[in-house]
Design a protein around this ligand. Structure first.
Ligand code: FES
Length: 327
């Protein structure tokens, strides 16, 4: 995995909103890049003197083989989160010429072009994969509807471009604007035809509300596809070490990095899929330090968490010291 990282350089930076910047990333040697599909993301690997290695995941806005995409560039948008030191580091230090490493695109949120109709719902920075889907659907002339929600229009990245692309099929919901009607997700889903699939990306409450509305309507789970962003590190997260007892390796895990990303960056192959503590593919057995784990997954049972014998290495961590894994 580590060997598959691509050397890249920041080619351009564009301020989209007060807190969101777009970064145009070019392959360092000018060679064409592996293309992503709508919904895909890349892992961005960089380093901070303060926090150590940083790995962050960002949806591809460009680099999808669409009309205005360049074959040797990826386009991502990064929202500065005060609690997420990785995004602050990127905002503070990335400028044209900054070198970094980026993974090949991965896709846990694919757009299925066999859908007869698509309802795209974005909340805030959740627009990034949705905008890629919108560009793809609009280019293909496929039927869709776009709902883009946020607190203030000035905080919504790509709002003008998205509304122009969507035309009459797009609308903004600004919760801080009394002139905007309330976003009634249940009514929105109830108004859809039977052949409409829903794609939603945004904050967890929005995603849960869409899934809940779909369940109330008796929709099959597969009709709603979602992607949420992980909460990222907590303010008091600290670096720690992971010892892989059977492998005989010890790896440092920075305060802004998951165990999974630290192992991967060290060239150690481990299974993973969702990277959000949901799928259950990454848990590893714990030999020592299990009583100190901060479990942040939604996969393990309460009993498994209390036992401290296993943890999801994509999201869970310990508050310092060394965690010993049976791996
Ligand atoms: S990768 Fe899915 S739970 Fe960790």
């Amino acid at each position: 995995m580590h060997g598959q990282l691509i050397d890249m350089v920041v080619a351009d930076v564009r301020q989209l909103t007060p807190r969101i910047r777009e970064y145009l990333l070019a392959s360092a040697d000018g060679s064409p890049l592996p293309r992503g599909a709508p919904g895909a993301h890349v892992e961005l690997h960089t380093h901070s003197d303060h926090s150590g290695p940083i790995v962050r995941h960002y949806s591809l806005v460009g680099g999808l083989g669409l009309a205005d995409d360049r074959a040797d560039h990826y386009r991502i948008a990064v929202q500065r989160e005060d609690r997420q030191r990785g995004s602050a580091h990127i905002h503070d230090t990335f400028a044209p010429g900054t070198r970094l490493k980026v993974s090949r695109p991965k896709n846990n949120f694919p757009l299925d072009l066999r859908d007869r109709r698509s309802l795209l719902i974005a909340g805030g920075i959740g627009i990034t994969p949705i905008y890629a889907m919108l560009r793809s659907l609009a280019r293909r002339g496929r039927p869709f509807e776009l709902v883009y929600a946020g607190r203030m229009q000035a905080q919504l990245a790509y709002a003008a471009e998205a509304m122009e692309l969507a035309g009459a099929a797009g609308r903004l919901h600004i919760s801080g604007d009394p002139a905007t009607e309330h976003l009634d997700l249940a009514a929105l889903l109830a108004a859809q035809s039977d052949d409409t699939a829903v794609y939603v990306c945004g904050p967890l409450p929005m995603i849960e509300a869409v899934h809940g509305a779909a369940r109330t309507l008796g929709w099959p789970d597969a009709r709603v596809r979602s992607e949420r962003f992980t909460a990222g590190p907590a303010p008091d997260d600290a670096p720690f070490a992971v010892e892989l007892r059977r492998t005989g390796r010890t790896v440092e895990v920075g305060r802004d990095t998951s165990i999974l990303d630290a192992l991967t960056a060290s060239g150690i192959d481990v299974l993973s899929d969702c990277r959000r503590g949901e799928c259950g593919l990454c848990p590893l057995p714990v030999l020592e330090g299990g009583e100190r784990i901060s479990h942040r997954d939604s996969y393990l049972s309460d009993e498994e968490r209390a036992g401290g014998d296993t943890l999801c290495i994509c999201v869970s961590r310990v508050p310092g010291g060394t965690l010993v894994l049976d791996a």
